[in-house]
Design a protein around this ligand. Structure first.
Ligand code: COA
Length: 532
């Protein structure tokens, strides 16, 4: 055993300060989560219950195995937009009849459960997760279809939702639709494209066009039940495989369908593993409020991996990137963690080698971000920082083992890419409330803009207004700061959620379990040309 030591002094004033700042940021995140939980608010919730219907999250609870966790994804989607936080859709991973499934549930209390541009992004992300990890998809449907005022943003790209369902099916990944209410027009293709369909009697309404549209189109008089009721679809059209008496019955039948899927994970679950030697509570006091102050990611690793046991790789070389091997809830992981912010040539080459080793051994990778990016300056450019950074980015891009990313602190510039940022398709990416991500830090960005503006004025022979420059810098700094924060980034679906640092081990454990539903196989070759 190579148990990590700790230098964290919990009696220290600086520790208390860091903890206080983290708790303040967590409180903001919790408030935003509260908004997502509230859905469409009291009025619409009361009306929904008054119709004898269950809210989205209660439907999910009845579907899941009792006392099993639900890893909710993208709960803050649409934060900071004109749409309700959560985007009228709940998505996540939960266990049904012992099978990990990707579950989506429309929230009918938010604008009739209609899909806005953020709902679409969130749904497509959920499908992506199901596909990559080979998780069966269960859709709990009740939606007014496209949010009509924003149809231009969703109608054309939204077609991918239905394509995804049939591609999942073609890949042998089961899809189940449970229809609780409205599922019209495009929405009709959710049951239409699913392997298994359950509809709730007298509640499900599945038609391409409702009675008014049919009247307009053909002059035919019709009613909801004959056009798209559950009984009709179960007895006449055959679109419904199962007719449920009510919502609990529908969820019970969905569980029976999953029980008969004959689903086996690609890798069996590992034996229970020992917890870390140090208290997860202390994860609150590691990241400083001012991200310019460095912190040792070893303190984080020691509080998330099994037994705090970690074998460092090249500990004496490229020391501002910590790399090494551990297990987390029994699953082997290779960890890359930024130690002092900047990535130099040595760190980049070390990372490229480490990523190749993980691929040779079929070991998933965990990226713990706190980077200001690759080093700039004459010495480093001449030393080949571009080609060395490119090696790391090449290795990350072509690596085939599952990647998990956690933004603990800074994640700036190409460092975000090299550390497997969102565009590099990590299977899951979560942020801590202390995370910040942007092309560069706000002060640096404002400073660069100011230097460029000054040079441009000089080139035109115009005087430069220093007072206006100071005002502009302050404004830009504030804007970039606001756009780098986790609530903003999570609202735009640039992560899968903002998590409490104390939950990191649990969240990563759930993710590792999900990724092992699919075969974990590294790339044996197939990297691009490494520039030497
Ligand atoms: N786009 C935008 N807003 C919508 C919407 C949609 N597709 N569907 C519903 N809403 C809004 C309603 O305007 C209403 O807003 P308000 O409370 O501010 O007045 C709110 O969501 C709740 O709708 P309401 O009709 O009161 O709820 P309901 O539960 O009684 O009925 C539906 C829900 C979905 C059956 C009904 O709203 C409906 O038929 N919507 C249109 C469905 C449709 O044709 N969609 C196009 C398919 S592509």
């Amino acid at each position: 055993m190579t148990v990590l030591a700790t230098a964290l002094d919990t009696a220290d004033e600086a520790y208390a300060q860091r903890r206080t700042e983290m708790l303040a940021k967590l409180a903001e995140v919790e408030e935003a989560h509260g908004q997502a939980l509230a859905g469409g608010g009291e009025k619409y919730l009361t009306r929904h219950r008054g119709r004898g219907k269950l809210p989205a999250r209660e439907r999910i609870e009845l579907l899941l195995d009792p006392d099993t966790p639900f890893l909710e994804l993208s709960p803050l989607a649409a934060w900071g937009s004109d749409y309700a936080v959560g985007a009228a859709l709940v998505t996540g991973i939960g266990v049904v009849e012992g099978v990990e499934c990707l579950i989506t549930a429309n929230d009918p209390t938010v604008r009739g459960g209609a899909s806005n541009p953020w709902t679409l992004k969130k749904a497509l992300r959920a499908n992506e997760i199901a596909y990559a990890n080979r998780l069966p998809v269960i859709s709990l449907v009740e939606s007014g279809g496209a949010d009509l005022p924003s149809q231009k943003e969703i109608f054309i790209p939204g077609g991918a939702l239905f394509k995804d369902l049939t591609r999942l099916s073609a890949a042998g990944i089961p899809t189940v639709a449970v229809v609780f209410g409205n599922s019209t027009a495009g929405g009709a293709y959710v049951p239409g494209m699913s392997d298994h369909v359950i509809m709730v009697k007298e509640r499900a309404k599945v038609f391409l066009g409702g009675p008014p549209l049919v009247k307009m189109a053909t002059g035919e008089e019709s009613d909801d039940e004959s056009l798209g009721g559950a009984e009709m679809h179960a007895r006449v059209s055959g679109l419904a495989d199962h007719l449920a008496l009510d919502e609990p019955d529908a969820l019970r039948q969905a569980r029976r369908v999953v029980a008969r899927l004959n689903r086996r994970k690609a890798h069996p679950d590992p034996a229970p593993a020992p917890p870390p030697k140090y208290d997860a509570e202390e994860l609150l006091g590691i990241v400083p409020g001012d991200l310019k102050a460095p912190f040792d990611p070893g303190e984080v690793i020691a509080r998330i991996v099994d037994g705090s046991d970690f074998d460092a790789f090249k500990p004496l070389y490229g020391t501002s990137l910590t790399c090494g091997w551990a297990t987390l809830h029994g699953y082997p992981v290779g960890i890359l963690a930024n130690a002092r912010g900047v990535l130099f040539s040595e760190e980049s080459q070390k990372a490229a080698q480490f990523i190749q080793l993980a691929n040779q051994r079929d070991i998933p990778l965990l990226f713990l971000h706190n980077t200001t990016g690759y080093m700039v300056g004459k010495e480093y450019e001449q030393g080949g920082i571009i080609k060395h950074g490119a090696m790391m980015i090449n290795a990350v891009s072509n690596s085939k083992v599952p990647h998990l990313s956690v933004l603990m602190g800074a994640s700036y510039g190409a460092g975000h890419y090299g550390m497997c940022g969102r565009a590099y398709d990590p299977r899951f990416l979560f942020s801590w409330p202390t995370a910040k991500s942007a092309v560069m830090g706000p002060q640096q960005l404002a400073g660069v803009l100011s230097i460029v503006a000054r040079a441009s004025a000089a080139a035109k022979g115009q005087p430069y207004d220093d007072e206006a420059d100071a005002g502009l810098r302050a404004m830009v700094e504030q804007q970039i700061e606001a756009e780098s924060l986790p609530l903003f980034l999570s609202g735009r679906l640039y992560d899968d959620g903002v998590i409490d640092p104390r939950d990191t081990r649990t969240v990563l454990g759930l993710c590792l379990s999900a990724v092992h539903a699919a075969p974990v196989e590294g790339a044996r070759g197939g990297f691009g040309v490494f520039r030497m």
